[in-house]
Design a protein around this ligand. Sequence first.
Ligand code: NAD
Length: 356
Amino acid sequence: MDAFTYTGLPTRVVFGSGTLLQLGAEVERLGIKRAVVLATPQQQADAERTAAALGSLAAGVFAEATMHTPVAVTDRAMAAVAAMGADGLVAVGGGSTTGLAKAIALRTDLPQVIAPTTYAGSEMTPILGETKDGLKTTIRNAKVLPETVIYDVDLTLTLPPALSAVSGMNAIAHAVEALYAQDRNPIISLMAEAGIKALADGLPKIITDPRDRAARSQALYGAWLCGVCLGSVGMALHHKLCHTLGGTFDLPHAETHTVLLPHATAYNAAAAPEAMAAIARALGARNAAQGLYDLAGQLGTPRALKDLGMPAEGVVRATDIALANPYWNPALLQHDAILGLLQRAYAGSRPIGGAL
Ligand code: NAD
């Protein structure tokens, strides 16, 4: 075995069905006396219920979380935290709500308890992306890693099937890139393969029956593992392209991941055969990239960037931006090859290659 370095993330995890009932105990465990409950406007009612259940441990609700963590929203949240005299943060929601909790924690060092309701995985990472004046900056800082995460399968039962599918593919993308990361290690690779397998097993059942608790449990467990992958090792071409497209053309986060993943995987196939074998095993497919494309098809997700609002001429621009400041990647980054990848993703055609 090659030498490697592994750093464990110190987050405490409570997993199961109905686990949000333990929120009060978990909040007290962190010494929080007055928690502000964060949510998106769409999940305000959930936040109100959570605050009511917390009783005197809740300072109030702030339900303005939004995609890509705009600094203006964080500023308003900071004012609310100060006005409420809050000494801790509870987030009930997806990556957008978790992002807001992290942004407040970065500025205040307040402890966080996160109850995820999607498969984005942000709760397991020390990473925060914030936007100001249309520009997204991403930082890595131990201060933003949540102290406690309560995975309650029941909170995901209401995630609509279409959102579940793209959110799950977003999670799988973290594990795929972890398997060929420059700083990959055997522990994270174990989690990555198990994470992909749990999601690939669970997601199709969720599309058929969104209230299938066993499938939801599998998917949430997979999302946790994939989130650990994202938080632990570096990401490559796929994440770079998603950040470029999201930032430049304002494309939806999870959908963009879903469309690009099979193509980015095919791009790296020849340079990362062991990773491809692990992905294919986890998917129960013969070929990693084709298997991911087929899974997206089975889940009925969008498969073309043109259907996400990407302008046709954006393909060239995105190629230039992605190459201007690239992430490390196992396969050599070549302009024409990336242009071809983006053209196929734009059209929604099958990825080329990816054979083992
Ligand atoms: P999201 O949090 O924006 O949620 C999408 C929509 O679904 C929202 O309206 C939300 O209220 C609703 N929703 C969420 N869970 C629901 C449920 N169970 N039932 C009903 N409705 C529900 O989407 P997301 O994909 O989870 O997060 C995307 C954001 O997270 C992006 O800003 C992305 O950059 C960020 N992100 C960050 C990291 C990181 O490590 N920093 C990792 C992944 C994603």
